[in-house]
Design a protein around this ligand. Sequence first.
Ligand code: IPE
Ligand code: IPE
Ligand code: MG
Length: 243
Amino acid sequence: MGAILPRHVAIIMDGNGRWAERRGLARHAGHREGVPVVRLCVEECVRRGIGALTLFAFSSENWRRPEVEVANLMTLFFDALEREVAELDANGVRLRVIGDRHALSVRLQARVAEAERRTAGNTRLDLQIAVSYGGRWDIVQAARKLAAEVATGSLRAADIDEARFGGALALADLPDPDLFIRTGGERRISNFLLWNLAYTELWFTDTLWPDFDVAAFESALEAFALRERRFGLAAAPGERDRA
Ligand code: IPE
Ligand code: IPE
Ligand code: MG
């Protein structure tokens, strides 16, 4: 099926809490069950030759959840990094964490830095994990970076254009996501990649993240292959009937 592959897939991994609650389990059980699904998506991207994958793991707003849930999630990231980094490295995955990393514990920051350093030379898949990330945070930190350059005189305000601004964002060196997937039934962006999703194709599923599987991923890719992307241009002749 469909030769038209996205170059970059962005996923909001939602529904862990509900998955657990439906089974009478603590929310944390759902988060834990979500980890192998991350692995599965990474493997699928590597196997299919999708060059970039960005996963929303923890938002700027998720800090306001109960302290114990936040602590459990941070432990889960810490352990998963430790466990998975060797295999990611062996599979040619370059791992990067995007988000306000100063909000993370010093211990977790160090582990993130180590995983990034270890995988920095890999070129098969660019894997971004968004932790303590918000699309608004990203835009504000970019504005602040550019403002600082203007203040020191190394940049003229008039030279700030979309390319320059995009270059100051967390995903600076990557193409914008072609395909956005959100599991868990909500039809919203929840402060994910606000700038970069401008022309991304959106695909939603009610499937909860721990239940997301290869077949579901395949469905998203098939739906993507059938989309006509116009980027504001007029439909191409012959595409009109399908649009
Ligand atoms: C997504 O699952 C994981 C995080 C936001 C950390 P949720 O924890 O939001 O699960 P639901 O949406 O409550 O089911
Ligand atoms: C979005 O999910 C963030 C992540 C999956 C990490 P949320 O569960 O936090 O989003 P809302 O609250 O339903 O919008
Ligand atoms: Mg949720």
